[in-house]
Design a protein around this ligand. Structure first.
Ligand code: ADP
Ligand code: MG
Length: 363
């Protein structure tokens, strides 16, 4: 029987290896956008504008006024594991940039066509360069452009036909997810001006650089933002209680009915940044929801939920950032202790506002 014969084991071609890996890092346009946004923030940009065509499948353009990329660095820009941010494994614990693995632009260039225009402040001119499959196409060309970097990503998943077809059927969902990603960063980096729009349309999201509450209003509307109160708590770690954290943010005074509005809006009532990284933590989300669900005035309804934007800072050694780029769910040390502390901080806030409403209703 021929099928019983073992087949030769062969090494995969590096191009195939990189394509497979890239397809795992960039699974849909919103995660490409997140990486590009983080690069712009890492570059110190204060204004970032995003333009999307065809749910990001046709074109995704992100323009920043950050530090730019040196002409001599351009050839390495999309090479896998080439980064300006990390050198030693030990540095990972206290890394302050979003990026560190030099994988994002490389991955994007294996699933799409990448064009970069960049100018370093003080340089005489800008340079543009296109990339495909991790490598530059030709030499950088001098051109005119403002300080900063514009990255254009075209025909995403042109080489992943089935994925492209599936995503083609979810263009508006993809776009909404991108607006959500921009919104989360626009709130967390409230001093930056961040905008997102469909090509040829007005902006669906604009912040102009101001306070967190102003950004929350711009992103989530004044109905949501006028129902918020500020949260601030923290704890110094000791030998017996090693949990060390500070938590800031805004939470609802009262729960909001989450069935109203578009299905997209439902999901962004909870935004969590840990050490400035946009992450998901089912444990923390559940613990916030519980505080509100236990309030005396809570309407026993599964659709009535609080809004929360939380920024948690913990020592780098408490949280593992070395996770896969698309694995947003994080786990950290002392999770249970942290949830307890968070509930203790939320309860008085929740109770205070619960009382106000009960009194108002009585009078
Ligand atoms: P990482 O962010 O992990 O280093 P990336 O693939 O995202 O990897 O980016 C590779 C490198 O390209 C970065 O280290 C940075 O030096 C440079 N870079 C990427 N985007 C920008 C940008 N918008 N402005 C300036 N430099 C950038
Ligand atoms: Mg990066």
């Amino acid at each position: 029987d021929a099928s019983m014969e073992p087949k030769d084991i062969l090494r995969l071609d590096p191009l195939v290896v990189n394509q497979i890996a890239a397809g795992e890092v960039v699974t849909k346009p919103p995660n490409a956008l997140k990486e590009l946004l983080e690069n712009a923030l890492d570059a110190g940009a204060s204004t970032i504008s995003v333009e999307v065509e065809g749910g990001g499948l046709d074109r995704l353009r992100i323009c920043d006024d950050g530090c730019g990329i040196k002409q001599s660095d351009l050839p390495l820009l999309c090479e896998r594991h080439a980064t300006s941010k990390l050198q030693k494994f030990e540095d990972l614990v206290d890394i302050e940039t979003f990026g560190f693995r030099g994988e994002a632009l490389a991955s994007v260039s294996y699933v799409a066509k990448v064009h970069v225009t960049t100018k370093v402040r003080g340089d005489e001119c800008a340079y543009k360069q296109s990339f495909r499959d991790g490598a530059p196409l030709g030499k950088p060309k001098a051109c005119a452009a403002p300080d900063g970097t514009t990255i254009t990503v075209e025909d995403m998943f042109h080489n992943f036909q089935i994925r492209r077809k599936i995503l083609r059927g979810q263009v508006s969902e993809q776009y909404h997810q991108m607006v959500r990603v921009c919104g989360a960063y626009a709130v967390h980096y409230a001093s930056k001006a961040i905008s997102c729009r469909k090509a040829g349309h007005g902006s669906d999201l604009v912040t102009t650089g101001g306070t967190t509450l102003e950004a929350l209003t711009a992103v989530h509307g004044s109905t949501t933002s006028s129902n918020l109160c500020e949260l601030k708590c923290g704890q110094e770690g000791t030998d017996e209680k090693p949990l060390h954290f500070s938590l800031t943010g805004y939470v609802s005074k009262r729960c909001v009915e989450t069935t109203r509005g578009t299905p997209q809006n439902k999901k962004d009532r909870f935004t969590l940044f840990i050490n400035d990284r946009l992450v998901e933590s089912t444990a923390i989300k559940r613990c916030v929801d519980e505080v509100y669900a236990n309030r005396p005035d809570h309407v026993a309804s599964t659709t009535s939920k609080p809004f929360a934007y939380l920024s948690l800072k913990v020592p780098g050694s408490h949280v593992d950032v070395n996770v896969h780029p698309t694995k947003k769910e994080v786990h950290f040390l002392y999770e249970a202790e942290l949830c307890q502390a968070l509930q203790r901080a939320l309860e008085p806030l929740a109770a205070k506002h619960a009382d106000t409403r009960t009194l108002a209703q009585l009078s």
